[in-house]
Design a protein around this ligand. Sequence first.
Ligand SMILES: Cc1ncc(COP(=O)(O)O)c(C=O)c1O
Length: 374
Amino acid sequence: MRPRPDRIERLPEQYFTTLLARVVAAGADVIDLGRGNPDVPPPAHVVDALVDSARDGTVAVHGYPPFAGLPEAKEAIAARYASMYGVALDPEREVAFLPGTTTALVELALVLAERGERILLPDPGYPDYNSAVALAGAQRVALPLAEDGRPEWEEALRDGVAAVYLNYPANPAAVAAPAGVFADAIAFAHDTGAAIVHDFAYADLVYDGRRPASFLAEDGAREVGVEMFSLSKSYGMAGWRLGFVVGNADVVARLNLLQEHNRSGIFVPLQRAAIAALTGPQETVEERRALYERRRDRVLAAIPEARCEGTFFVWFPLPHGLTFERLLAQHRVALAPGEGFGERGRGFARLSLATSDDALDAGLERLRQAMAAG
Ligand SMILES: Cc1ncc(COP(=O)(O)O)c(C=O)c1O
């Protein structure tokens, strides 16, 4: 066989795969607070919708689905955006239905950037954006985030920038969208011609009475960008692989074109389940949010220097000399080491609230002892 093509060679190490392998190799007694895998299952009516649909033996269910998604699914996300964020979307032109945000963030790099162009990524930021940039053959450029999560735009390169990825509530920095951040991003887009991609995977997970802030609610947003929405976190459906890209109609059309060539749609029972999640009772969204907020409060009580305004992660500086390796080897607790999220993450760690209450309490006790020992 010929050597691996460059697009595979240039892929960075997959941060979470490597992290999980290190934690598993360390032994079964390690408490893993590094991983963000939602622990509360989806609402029962969503599971019922999947099963009921799958029992229908017709070709409309088990044959190839409409490539760009069922119109009802796109109408359902549009209705949620109207009711929750006050954003009116045209379901046919401004909504693309994709198998999860991970797929979306890769495909967006493919449809936005020419080979060699730059994509600005938040630092610290979600490591999978690096994979997207690499697959597109684009150049990754760090967009440093200040303490409050605001991009340091004055530091940002402006030439040859095809796209800027932003993410609020932010993983790993756990900040909600600072006031004015989207307006600044739109101004940057107008100045440079870059597209804005806002990752809203943690849309519903904000705390202390904050309201979820959609990029698309900002004036002029859909002229310059799109927002990614995921069912993974709001509805506990990470394994189902369901998400949307909403906003700029040209970008949505490019994604739909790519998916005609590349994926051939989403299994209809999964689409029916997505409709049930988006249009059915929404109480579980608030219950889930409140559960994470209670867990967050327990972490903040144990680690006062920690921060979390949103997401199901807590972000904090590790005491000098206390590394991921030492925590794992000596204290038997795993966190996600900050440097994997970018240079600005060095010296920090990310702790996940998506774990059982018992594991969280036991892990916090180990962490408290480790931090006291220094
Ligand atoms: C910031 C961020 N974006 C995107 C994703 C991927 O979400 P999905 O399950 O929709 O692929 C995650 C998952 O952890 C995430 O943390």
